[in-house]
Design a protein around this ligand. Structure first.
Ligand SMILES: [Zn+2]
Length: 206
């Protein structure tokens, strides 16, 4: 899991939530301008990467290539549907063929285990996992049931993710890529799987 850096609630969201009255309560989805502000704030806090798999988010196709993810699902936690702390950006809303993606938020759906989960806070959440040279992601320490449950729920050992991570770690260890190829020291968007590289090298995304 990649997780999200500390985030500050966007002003547009705070203003909209403050409009609550006896006649109106805010509920998801957000109006357009609030949604845009939320997406931008999350994109910045996640350094442009999916909160779960760490692939770079493709922002060109809202609703198709990424979505606003409710970590505690709306269906089961309606009171948290507009809670900024519960919101993240995830890849994989829909594949190019129009099918639901097989990993991350789409695989998770309304799944969430209150007793066995890992909060998506970077870097603490990445430290709960290890990336093997085979590309596999495993709990750290082994046997950690919460980390194991998240790997299954998000399908983080999907063949494509495994293959990507295997190739990447191979190129890191072979010296054809290094950490500077993945992270922007100024805190701008990172490259896909920057968290995997950082974990492998004992570093942290700024
Ligand atoms: Zn993802």
């Amino acid at each position: 899991m990649r997780g999200c850096h500390a985030k500050a609630m966007p002003r547009a969201l705070a203003k909209w939530l403050a409009m609550e009255s006896a006649d109106w309560s805010p509920s998801y989805p957000f109006p357009g301008d609030v949604r845009q502000a939320v997406v931008e704030a999350l994109h910045e806090a996640q350094r442009g990467l999916c909160v779960y798999c760490g692939r770079r988010l493709d922002m060109r196709q809202p609703g198709k290539s990424y979505h606003i993810e409710h970590f505690r699902p709306q269906a089961r936690y309606p009171g948290l549907s507009t809670d900024f702390a519960n919101l993240f950006l995830s890849c994989g809303q829909e594949t190019r063929e129009g099918n639901p993606a097989e990993t991350c938020g789409t695989a998770k759906g309304d799944g969430f285990d209150g007793n066995r989960h890992v909060e998506p806070d970077y870097p603490a959440c990445t430290d709960r996992f290890r990336f093997l040279l085979s590309g596999e992601i495993v709990p750290q320490p082994s046997g950690d049931e919460a980390a194991e449950a998240m790997i299954a729920l998000l399908n983080l050992n999907h063949r494509e993710l495994k293959k990507d991570r295997e190739d990447l770690l191979d190129r890191i260890d072979g010296g054809s890529l290094d950490i500077s190829d993945f992270i922007d020291p100024g805190g701008g968007p990172a490259q896909s799987y920057a968290h995997v590289v950082c974990r492998h090298l004992g570093a942290t995304i700024p």
